[in-house]
Structures are given as C-alpha cells and as structure tokens.
Design a protein around this ligand. Structure first.
Ligand SMILES: Cc1ncc(COP(=O)(O)OP(=O)(O)O)c(N)n1
Ligand SMILES: Cc1nc(C(=O)O)sc1CCOP(=O)(O)O
Ligand SMILES: [Mg+2]
Length: 226
C-alpha cells in the first residue's frame, strides 16, 4: 500500500499546496476541486489561520475528493488530523514535531515528508526515516511567514547529486521560471501562490503539467520526484 503510494509520488511531477489567503476569495475546497480537475495528483493541505475544527472539516472533504480523483493527499503540520481523516501522509518542518515521534504516532503506512534547507538537514532526513524531502526555498517567496533566505541553486545542486530520497523543490517557483529549476535536475515541483492565485486554476494547472510532462518526455528516462 505505502510502496504503491511512494511509487506514485515518484511518478508525479507537480505538487500543489493550498493557501486560502492567496486564493482570490475562493475557499480551499473550491481551489482543491479545480486543482483536481486540472489533473494534479499530489495535494498538500496547508492552512495556518483556521481552528482545528475548521481544518478537520475541510480535510474530511478533501480526503474524499482526493480519493475520488486518485490523488495523494498530504496534510501540513497537523498530524492528528492526518490520522483522523486517513490522509496519505504529512509534511513537517524543522521546527515541527521530531520525525521519529511523528512516525511513532502515525505508523509505517503514512508518508512523511520533511523540509530541508541545507546539506546537513538532507543527511539527517535520510537517517531519521523521511519518505521524501522538501528542498527550498529556491527563490524568494512571500507565501510563508518566517521563511529562511533562499537556498538557491547551490542547495538544489547538492540535493540533485546527493539525495537518495525523492525530493520536492519549492519556493518562488512559477510557470515562467520552472524550466530553470528543471534544468538543474529537479523533477517534482511544489507551487503555492502560482496555482492558488491564478484566475483560472484549472487552466494554470494544465499548462504547468503540460510543461513538466513535455520536459520529462524530452529530457529524461526516469520519472517523478528526483
Ligand atoms: C513540499 C513542502 N516543502 C516544504 C514545506 C514547508 O514546511 P515547513 O518548513 O514546516 O513550513 P510550513 O509549511 O509549515 O510553514 C511544505 N509545507 N511543503
Ligand atoms: C510553504 C513553503 N515552504 C518552503 C520551504 O522552502 O520550505 S517555501 C514555501 C512557500 C512556497 O510558496 P510559493 O510557491 O508561493 O513561493
Ligand atoms: Mg510546518
């Protein structure tokens, strides 16, 4: 079960994350529906402002929607909600609960992603049992409060060469700069503001998926997350 999810995670190259405050007045549910219709197959629920009750209700709905579309559903930060709604996994950062404790809480079947911003954190992620890592922020981003300075291509190049784990590249990535990131060897791209802030989310999602798939067809013999 988990092996199959990880296989799918490696196959998909666009990882979309919610942000209701950047969604032009549309709800997380509306945005997720449009993402799913565009063909996106990995969605992370990331919501910093709502109550736990509100988040749980939204995640229950999104769990069902993602199952209907065969989409992997990851929840940011809230590991209890992930367990309650039977999400596919969680994403945690360096200041969230320690990964080992999250693993104890969720068990082996859940995918656990960990943010990394340096080579040291990358090696640590391997040791402590992350299933995939986030690599970023590549460019400046205004989406995340208290974000560290961009790690740029310097850390991306390290991840491309040295990571034995699949990784998701994140931070300031847009339709018009994604090719620069792909050229460095990134395979799976996470986007927040570019997708949720688009007037036509479905059209934007399709355009980016086309771009990523065309790049893969032309340049690669392997698939998905690096
Ligand atoms: C795919 C992915 N990568 C990195 C992050 C950032 O997680 P974190 O450092 O915990 O910061 P917050 O998202 O919680 O603000 C992510 N969410 N997803
Ligand atoms: C949530 C998040 N985590 C980051 C990291 O580097 O760990 S960057 C980021 C925000 C990415 O948003 P956008 O695509 O709008 O720039
Ligand atoms: Mg976090």
């Amino acid at each position: 079960m988990k092996a199959e999810k990880l296989r799918l995670l490696k196959e998909y190259n666009l990882y979309c994350i919610t942000a209701e405050n950047l969604s032009r007045g549309r709800s997380n549910i509306e945005v997720v529906e449009k993402m799913l219709k565009s063909g996106v197959k990995i969605i992370q629920y990331r919501e910093k402002k709502k109550t736990l009750r509100e988040k749980l209700l939204e995640c229950e709905k999104i769990r069902q929607m993602t199952l209907d579309y065969g989409c992997i559903f990851i929840i940011n930060d809230n590991i209890e909600i992930a367990k309650m709604v039977l999400a596919d996994g969680v994403h945690i950062g360096q200041d969230d609960y320690p990964l080992e404790r999250v693993r104890d809480f969720l068990g082996e079947e859940y995918i656990i992603g960990l943010s990394t911003h340096s080579r040291e954190q990358l090696y640590d992620a391997h040791k402590i049992g992350a299933d995939y890592i986030g690599v970023g922020p590549i460019f400046k981003t205004f989406t995340k409060e208290d974000v560290c300075d961009p790690v740029g291509f310097e850390y991306l190049d390290i991840a491309v060469k040295e990571s034995k784990l699949p990784f998701v590249t994140i931070g300031g990535i847009k339709e018009n700069n994604v090719e620069n990131v792909l050229k460095r060897g990134a395979k799976c791209i996470a986007m927040v503001s570019e997708i949720v802030g688009a007037e036509d989310i479905e059209g934007k999602g399709r355009a980016i998926l086309d771009k990523l798939n065309n790049w893969r067809d032309k340049n690669e013999n392997s698939n998905g997350l690096c």
